[in-house]
Design a protein around this ligand. Structure first.
Ligand code: ADP
Ligand code: MG
Length: 703
């Protein structure tokens, strides 16, 4: 950004947003398109042609030569294929630039190489991308020049979802429909649209690119597979919210500017708990737009890093021994006339609509705790969830004192008559103003926490799309609303029925509420007593997708069909297996080609030193002790490599993806740990000069 440009000058300049639409489209076409975007009318092909030609004009003015359908297949990444605007050369050798309504609306990537979990065999490889006009078209600038990106959904020939976006859009419709039903019961006749709003806080690590290139584990797996802890970790809490170093600040500046241009409202940035860890949060947006924003954000974080000699690590656990990275999914429901349905208002105890919504959410989360847990399961997150930093692998809800107290009143007397107030915060310093205080403190250890006027789901992994967890939240809430409406719409005495239903939901599901320390041992015990599911690993969590309860719900609201759910479970097992296989092979490769040879060389040098000391009759006790220690670790590591090789090979022979995943989890993972242990100990004994790769200290503290 040139110094005389303000955020307002550049924000959204690369987005075909409402302002650009008004400018480039004839008025009548603009209104037609608006109807489609608002979900009131399907897009007319004739309108699409005019829209496409306006978008082409806009994009070409911005220097774009290519367009791409930008989609989110089940690889965990976004996918794109670039086409230029060029037409076949004419007789005089010149070309035109063209972009039709069909080019805008429909793409047909060769879909056979994307994961489908058995939904599609390669001989029926057709897949279609279709324009999601509710998420605006934008231009991304990178080394390939400006590219017109069209957010799309990706489906198979038979209409099954092969991506993250299709179920997300379906779940948004489901929750909208059920919320409107509920609002009508409370006499609301004006709200026409309800959308889940999402704000996704993104954590990441930044390290030096040169050092990264010396670590095969980071290159192949995104995390370190070896590495002894440096003398200092995160114990001083001096990095968290610390002053941002100049190199990092310059990076953040460029990231922000690029995001602003693409319409991503980057808002808050700070250093996180672990050394070299940072966070960036945007202002929230409608769920599908927020999902796209988060993908754009992750891509931009990575791209700008490599331009500046840095590497952005989005893995959930790049370094053992310090915190990993997550993504907080802040969720609320908003109407088109500006009502946030999760806002308790000033007198929550009197806000019956809010209390019913709250009771429904408790029911939803309690009934589908396993599914919510599953929505955050990915390979990297297994190193985080339940490891005393991120939320535990047990789902619970934190409401805070104010709401806890209201539920208490409801349960004991059937009626809530007052709400706790925030009061004033007294600092004890006369020159500091007394601040109004929130009615409720925070609980940072809760996986699903009420924060003022939204729920914050804190389990999601840093690398994951926020779509799967949003799909689950939307759908389980839609189900709870639907169940409530089924009862209340038939009630003769609405107030009495409402009261009964709220009390019933709260008493049946209050076991999901927990306000204590989610990282503690007591909670594990307590949760077990309450019968809450504890699914420590991804392989334990995947079956939640295909329980009868899950299938029934997703089919009822048209979010997933049973085959789609099975395919997703299959893809997750497959992904787990592939990731673990790569990790195991990378460890073997590093051990055999780098670490063991380096240590062997070092022990050779040591024995020579010992020999020459002995030759002159000098004392070599220290050197001999060191040699003995290292040699014994060397032999342990060598044995561990052999075992890891064997179990990895054996895993490859198991036919079923599910069984194979359990085998990786039960045998390969422990074999990896058994190799890491002696190697990390050797790193602490061997001369730094002799160690074949940068240490944790080099990676985390010398950025
Ligand atoms: P907190 O202090 O609770 O973490 P912040 O104000 O820092 O809250 O916001 C965290 C994220 O939540 C941001 O991305 C923000 O835009 C988002 N957010 C704020 N209000 C809402 C809401 N009503 N619905 C969804 N997301 C929200
Ligand atoms: Mg937060």
């Amino acid at each position: 950004m040139e110094s005389n440009h303000t955020i307002m000058d550049i924000f959204g300049t690369n987005v075909f947003n409402d302002k650009a639409m008004r400018q480039y489209l004839p008025k009548s076409i603009y209104h037609e398109l608006r109807k489609t975007i608002d979900g009131r009318k399907e897009l007319d092909p004739a309108v699409a042609d005019i829209v496409a030609s306006a978008i082409r004009k806009w994009a070409i003015e911005k220097g774009a030569t290519h367009y791409t359908h930008w989609f989110q297949p089940l690889t965990g990444f976004t996918a794109e294929k670039h086409d230029s605007f060029i037409t076949p050369p004419r007789a005089d050798g010149s070309v035109l630039e063209e972009f039709s309504g069909k080019d805008l609306i429909k793409g047909e990537p060769d879909a056979s190489s994307f994961p489908s979990g058995g939904l599609r065999t390669t001989f029926e490889a057709r897949g279609y991308t279709t324009w999601d006009c509710t998420s605006p078209v934008f231009i991304r600038e990178d080394a390939a020049g400006p590219i017109l990106c069209i957010p799309t959904a990706f489906c198979s020939f038979t209409g099954e979802a092969l991506d993250q976006k299709t179920p997300l859009l379906r779940s948004m419709e489901a929750v909208q429909e059920q919320t409107l039903r509920l609002l009508r019961l409370f006499g609301n006749t004006t709200s026409k649209k309800v959308t889940p709003s999402i704000g996704a806080e993104q954590e990441y690590f930044l390290i030096d690119r040169e050092k990264y290139l010396e670590r095969k584990d980071l290159i192949y797996t995104g995390r370190t597979l070896f590495g002894a802890m440096p003398p200092k970790g995160q114990e001083l809490d001096d990095h968290y919210f610390g002053t941002i170093r100049q190199r990092i600040a310059a990076y953040m500046k460029q990231v922000n500017e690029e995001l602003w241009k693409m319409g991503v409202p980057a808002k808050t940035q700070h250093n996180e708990v672990a050394p070299a860890q940072h966070e960036l949060a945007p202002i929230y947006a409608e769920a599908n737009v927020a999902t796209d924003h988060n993908q754009i954000m992750m891509q931009t974080l990575k791209r700008v890093a490599s331009q500046q000699g840095l590497i952005c690590l989005l893995h959930e656990k790049p370094f053992a021994g310090v915190n990993g990275s997550g993504k907080h999914n802040n969720w609320s429901l908003t109407t088109d006339d500006g009502i946030n349905l999760l806002d308790p208002g000033r007198r929550p105890h009197e806000n019956k609509q809010f209390l019913l919504i709250l009771a429904c959410i408790l029911k939803a989360v309690d009934t589908h705790a396993d599914l919510l847990r599953e929505s955050a399961a990915n390979v990297g997150n297994d190193h985080r969830l339940g490891a005393h930093e991120a939320p535990p692998a047990i789902v619970s809800v934190f409401l805070g004192e104010q709401l806890d107290e209201i539920l208490e009143q409801l349960m004991s007397t059937g009626n809530a008559t007052h709400s706790l107030k925030g009061g004033k915060l007294h600092t004890g310093v006369r020159t500091l103003p007394d601040l109004p205080k929130d009615a409720t403190d925070r609980n940072r250890t809760s996986p699903f926490a009420f924060t003022n006027n939204k729920f914050e789901f804190r389990m999601v992994g840093s690398r994951d799309s926020i779509a799967p967890s949003t799909v689950v939240i939307n759908t389980i809430v839609a189900e709870a609303f639907a169940d409530a409406c089924d009862v209340l719409e038939k009630a003769e005495d609405f107030d009495a029925a409402l009261q009964d239903l709220m009390l019933q939901y709260i008493s049946e599901h209050r076991k999901i509420i927990y306000g204590g320390n989610g990282y503690s041992e007591e909670w594990l015990e307590e949760a077990k007593r309450r019968g809450l599911p504890n699914l420590p690993s991804m392989v334990d969590a995947i079956p939640a997708l295909v329980t009868e309860k899950s299938i029934r719900m997703f089919e009822r609201f048209g979010v997933f069909s049973e085959p789609e759910l099975h395919s997703r479970a299959e893809i997750k097992y497959e992904t787990y297996n592939k990731a673990l296989n790569i990790e195991a092979l990378t460890m073997i490769d590093m051990a055999v080609k780098q670490i063991l040879p380096a240590v062997i060389k070092y022990t050779g040098t040591l024995s020579q030193i010992i020999e020459s000391l002995h030759a002159i009759g000098a004392n070599a006790d220290v050197q001999t002790e060191l040699l003995t220690d290292i040699s014994s670790l060397l032999s342990e590591a060598n044995g561990a490599v052999k075992i890891l090789r064997e179990v990895t090979a054996e895993a490859g022979t198991i036919e079923s993806n599910e069984k194979r995943a359990h085998f990786y989890h039960d045998y390969v993972l422990p074999a990896m740990e058994a190799l890491r242990r002696p190697v990390d100990k050797m790193e602490m004994l061997v001369d730094k000069e002799a160690w074949p790769m940068p240490s944790y200290g080099d990676l985390m503290f010398e950025v």
